[in-house]
Ligand binder design. Structure first.
Ligand code: NAD
Length: 372
């Protein structure tokens, strides 16, 4: 089966009238959590209703939002079929997870295989025909639920492995070992290990959120996903550990968190991107402020952001000057953006707590640096 090369491509955002013109509709709306860690499918439901109101014969609808297994068939399909159209005959429905890694220059969207599960074999074939026009490889699976589970498995795999290395980070610190040295040495084994790095906790809208979608759904099956819960707990503990470690290194200087000026370097959830969703930096800044530290930050990619919680309000990135660095009781590196000259920072800082091994190549000023 081939696709018509003259298919119309429109980006609907909030122009739902354009849906009438489309042959293929991709739903990629947010799938956040509600309070009490419940999946919030309201964006998926509302987008699907907009499509249902305008559904036309032979349209392919592909859900790409990360969600628990069952969403496509149990949530999306009934809304579309309530129009009287039949799936696999009048319209086609598939789930194909978005697997993009923001900031990854090596693997772009096209390079990452597209996993596809259709509601019917015809739905799968139509979706495969569509995606194979633009992707290097498509990977059909037996159902939308299998494709939904694939995506959550990938994210849970990362969450669990990051938790493992974060736990080793805390233990290595207690034992006076350098976790970064241990991880790099372990990575020299040519098989049986994949490298994950420790850090101040996990962020982004995927890793901290998606496994929770599965944990919630698993309860319908009387199943308790212990790895997911434990990984979430340990990754959260990593953020708290950063604050404890910061208090400890200030204490050595006969200072306390209360009143200390902390310059946070990097608030994005990972290097070289501008996304702060679920960033551990936000949690850590909150903890520090609760302990009455004076927190300022610099992030070349995040000029300002809104902090929620007790100290709600906007924070603005300050210019990274020699004076700002020297004026801080401690520079706390939470994101290792490549554009920052860490050697220069080390030369002017009084103390540095580095949670990302950003200072690994620093030669002068090493004595001021504590790594976790
Ligand atoms: N961004 C990524 O790197 C990435 C990677 C893998 C998976 N995902 C998954 O993709 C989904 C979207 O993530 P995102 O980061 O692009 O989210 P996002 O917050 O950037 O929103 C995506 C788009 O949805 C639109 N939108 C919101 N509500 C809508 C509605 N009711 N109807 C129509 N459009 C609406 C928004 O205008 C926005 O353009 C999530 O399920 C996420 O887990 C994202």
């Amino acid at each position: 089966m081939t696709c018509d090369p003259w298919l119309k491509m429109v980006i609907a955002h909030h122009r739902f009238d354009l849906l009438n013109e489309a042959d293929i509709i991709i739903i990629c709306v947010p799938t956040p959590l509600k309070s009490m860690n419940q999946p919030d499918l309201s964006y998926v439901v509302s987008a699907t209703r907009e499509i249902a109101g305008r559904l036309k014969t032979n349209q392919l609808i592909s859900l790409e939002s990360t969600t628990f297994p069952g969403t496509t068939q149990e949530v999306v399909l009934p809304i579309l079929e309530s129009t009287g159209h039949t799936v696999g005959k009048d319209f086609f429905l598939a789930f194909s997870p978005e697997r993009v890694d923001p900031g990854n220059k090596r693997y772009t969207t096209r390079d990452i295989s597209k996993v596809i599960g259709g509601v019917t074999p015809m739905c799968r074939d139509v979706a495969c025909a569509f995606y194979s026009q633009s992707m290097k490889q498509v990977v059909p699976v037996s159902s939308p639920a299998a494709a939904e589970m694939t995506k959550i498995f990938e994210n849970t795999y990362r969450s669990v492995n990051i938790a493992l290395v974060n736990e080793f980070m805390i233990l290595c610190d207690r034992m006076g070992l350098d976790i970064w040295e241990v991880v790099d040495a372990a990575a020299t084994k040519p098989f049986g290990i994949q490298t994950f790095y420790p850090g101040p906790g996990v962020g982004g809208h995927c890793i901290p959120v998606d496994p929770v979608y599965l944990a919630w759904k698993a309860k319908d099956y009387g199943f308790y996903t212990r790895f997911i819960d434990l990984a979430g707990e340990i990754n959260m503990q990593a953020s708290e550990y950063v604050v404890q470690k910061l208090a400890a290194i200030l204490n050595k200087q006969k200072k306390c968190l209360n009143g200390a000026r902390i310059l946070v370097l990097g608030v994005a959830y990972k290097k070289d991107i501008d996304d702060i969703r679920e960033s551990p930096a936000l949690r850590i800044i909150n903890f520090l402020q609760q302990n009455h530290a004076e927190v300022v930050y610099h992030d070349p990619n995040v000029p300002k952001f809104q902090l929620s919680g007790e100290h709600e309000g906007y924070m603005q990135s300050l210019n990274l000057t020699r004076e700002e660095i020297a004026g801080a009781d401690c520079v706390l590196i939470l994101t290792d953006h490549s554009s920052i000259d860490y050697q220069w920072v080390a030369e002017h800082a009084r103390l540095i707590l580095d949670t990302r091994n950003a200072t690994k190549n620093v030669r002068k000023g090493k004595d001021k640096i504590t790594k976790i």
